[in-house]
Design a protein around this ligand. Structure first.
Ligand SMILES: *Cc1c(COP(=O)(O)O)cnc(C)c1O
Ligand SMILES: [Zn+2]
Length: 409
């Protein structure tokens, strides 16, 4: 097994870069660099049947991932997460084929792991020893985890109100954690300022080429798990956009590899955001090609999608439009309600971002955007267990142990 990576290419202006040396973004236009593969060669030597014998991890697609030498792979057995049919909720909504892909079941508890296993592996391969990033929380946790495993020093800058679980995760995994009185874009300024001075490699969303490669495995897994017939619609909680952009890259590569069935039909991609921070929805509705200014007073309980000014908004909007998808916003109370619905009705303990997809689905049905017989996949990006502060417990009564034998309901 080896990687078919050829070179890096700017997603905006098309300029090409050597994939064997350290690169961040395009030096002429600032666009995100994408890994390009020798698909013609891969086509002859790599067949989808080869996958059947492999371990259930995202590294099963390693020919289409950027790491060249096997010993550089930094892994905790991540990926190949389950796709669960949710019939009870589907029936209520009148949908016959409704599914959840559940990245709550992955090391670090969120899908940020996918991007960090590939990025940190490549960082190791390129001989980099220090990384830094701005994070709303989960990316920091995953970067800290994989850095620890790789023996790389990690610096995380996050908003001071990031979830406690992610602050503790970074600390436990030995990262240097800095809290910023502001949002993720404010945290980003510390990284940009410090990277020259301290020799950090910047791992912030879509500012290096390799996190998106890990995220694209969501698309490979969806294709393989649905037996190479992609769903009609994928609903995805969008923050920085790596997931959406990564999946679309995967679908294009799979199409070129000739692995997709049913005339290569690709899903319509739906971006869900919270009303309190919906820059992509706003730009989409206004027909804009990018997010022109940061969303004001961004606030939502779904911290992973609290990204007021996504660096790759141009790419995100392109994918939504190219796929004939759409963008919808939901409010935080609908998110909390959907968390409970997925829990009580299906036994899925999802994060607020993941729950937002169910809330968004409701809107798509209400406004007739969906046909009832379409196959719809909601993407749950993380575990509800990482967000204990979002759940409000009612006051629970404490019993004396003496009453155990006289206790009645
Ligand atoms: C980061 C994050 C998102 C948004 O991911 P992008 O792919 O960057 O848009 C969604 N959910 C969770 C739990 C996250 O941590
Ligand atoms: Zn460029």
């Amino acid at each position: 097994m080896h990687s078919y990576i050829l070179e890096l290419k700017c997603s905006r202006c098309g300029r090409k870069y050597d994939a064997n040396v350290v690169q961040s973004v395009c030096t002429s236009c600032g666009g995100t660099l994408f890994s390009m593969y020798d698909i013609e060669k891969a086509k002859n030597k790599f067949a989808k049947q080869d996958l059947q014998k492999r371990t259930p991890s995202l590294w099963r697609y390693r020919e289409m991932l950027p790491v060249k030498i096997e010993k550089n792979i930094v892994t905790l057995g991540e990926g190949y997460t389950p796709i669960t049919r949710i019939e009870r909720i589907g029936e209520k909504l009148g949908l016959k084929q409704l599914y959840v892909k559940d990245d709550g079941i992955i090391p670090t508890g969120t899908f940020k792991t996918r991007g960090m296993t590939t990025a940190i592996s490549k960082v190791k391969e390129l001989g980099i020893s220090k990384v830094a990033l701005a994070s709303a929380g989960n990316a920091g946790g995953a970067a800290a985890t994989y850095s620890a495993r790789a023996g790389i020093e990690c610096f995380v800058f996050m908003p001071k109100d990031a979830p406690e679980s992610t602050k503790k995760e970074c600390y436990e995994m030995g990262a240097h954690v800095y809290l910023v009185d502001g949002l993720i874009n404010d945290a980003g300024k510390f990284v940009v300022n410090g990277k020259q001075k301290y020799g950090w490699f910047e791992l912030s969303t879509l500012k290096e080429p390799y996190r998106v490669e890990g995220k694209k495995t969501m698309g490979y897994e969806i294709a393989e798990q649905f037996d190479w017939i992609l769903p009609d619609v994928i609903v995805y909680p969008t923050g920085g956009g790596t997931g959406l952009v990564g999946m679309w890259k995967a679908f294009n590569e799979l199409q070129e590899l000739g692995w997709l069935d049913r005339e290569n039909k690709k899903p319509r991609m739906v971006s869900v955001q919270s009303k309190g921070c919906a820059p992509v929805v706003k730009a989409f509705k206004e027909g804009k090609e990018s997010v022109e200014e940061p969303f004001k007073d961004a606030q939502t309980i779904a911290g992973g999608i609290r990204v007021p000014s996504p660096y790759a908004s141009e790419q995100i909007l392109k994918v939504i439009r190219a796929s004939q998808g759409t963008a919808v916003e939901v409010d935080d109370s609908e998110i909390i309600q959907s968390m409970q619905t997925l829990g009580k009705q299906e036994g899925l303990n999802v994060c607020p971002e993941g729950a937002a997809t169910l809330a968004g689905l409701g809107k798509l049905i209400d406004n007739g955007w969906l046909e009832k017989n379409e196959r719809v996949l909601l993407y749950n990006t993380g575990s509800g267990l990482k967000y204990p502060e979002v759940v409000n417990l009612p006051k629970l009564k404490v019993f004396s142990k003496e009453v155990a034998y006289s206790f009645e309901l």
